[in-house]
Design a protein around this ligand. Structure first.
Ligand code: PRP
Ligand code: URA
Length: 209
């Protein structure tokens, strides 16, 4: 079974509380999401392997670690996942970005894929799938299915807020994918919104509705 990492660092918790507040503007919401994504990035990448290389400094020579795997793909689930990309790119400017377009049907709450574009040879990459909300888990499961159907194996999932139901669904469908979240909330409303949550993440990021 995969691991669930709840990243309850005080700075992350404080920023998330500000995002939850319904009076927070889109501008502040976007900025806070970017900052949290950068902070979460430290933990999501904590187990990345390093190899030892020789380096000649201006003073002498030494053996030092560098990342073994520099092919890293950040894969936002559109739209809201886009809000988590810049923070991770600040941390890893060399990373690639691949997009998975998916929306939840408002009646059925089932995800519908409308776009998929990954870098060439993405199957050789470490992939960080990002989406602020893990509610029923349907969108995340479908996104992970899409990647695996194209040969991807080294995948982790990074969400801001998750419902316990969504975590269970992803763990059952993808027991090899570790999940990183800033908070696990109480549950889902009858409209499959996370409660207390923060509302519709896409609308709050982009100022729609
Ligand atoms: C939201 C969110 C996730 C999905 C989570 O996207 O960003 O992708 O819902 O819900 P689930 O776990 O029940 O599938 P939404 O469908 O609102 O699309 P948007 O990002 O374009 O607003
Ligand atoms: N999508 C959102 O944006 N928010 C939720 O609470 C659930 C799904």
């Amino acid at each position: 079974m995969s691991e669930v990492h709840v990243l309850s660092h005080p700075l992350i918790a404080d920023k998330l509380t500000r995002m939850r507040r319904e009076t927070t503007s889109s501008q502040d919401f976007r900025q806070l999401l970017r900052e949290i994504s950068l902070l979460m990035g430290y933990e999501v990448t904590r187990d990345f392997a390093t190899k030892i290389v020789s380096v000649k400094t201006p003073v002498s020579e030494g053996e030092f670690p560098e990342l073994s795997q520099r092919f890293i793909t950040i894969a936002p689930i559109l739209r809201a996942g886009i809000g988590m990309v810049d923070g991770l790119l600040e941390l890893m400017p060399f990373a690639h970005v691949g997009h998975i377009g998916m929306y939840r049907d408002e009646e059925t709450h089932q995800p519908v894929e409308y776009y998929y574009k990954m870098p060439d040879h993405v199957e050789d990459s470490v992939i960080i799938v990002v989406d602020p909300m893990l509610a029923t888990g349907g969108s995340a499961v479908d996104a992970l299915n899409s990647l695996k159907a194209r040969g991807c194996t080294n995948i982790r999932l990074m969400n801001l807020v998750a419902a316990p139901e969504g975590i269970r669904v992803v763990q059952q469908a993808h027991p090899d994918v570790d999940i990183y979240v800033a908070a696990v909330d109480a549950g889902l409303t009858e409209k499959a919104y996370i409660t207390p949550g923060l509302g519709d993440a896409g609308d709050r990021i982009f100022g729609t509705k």
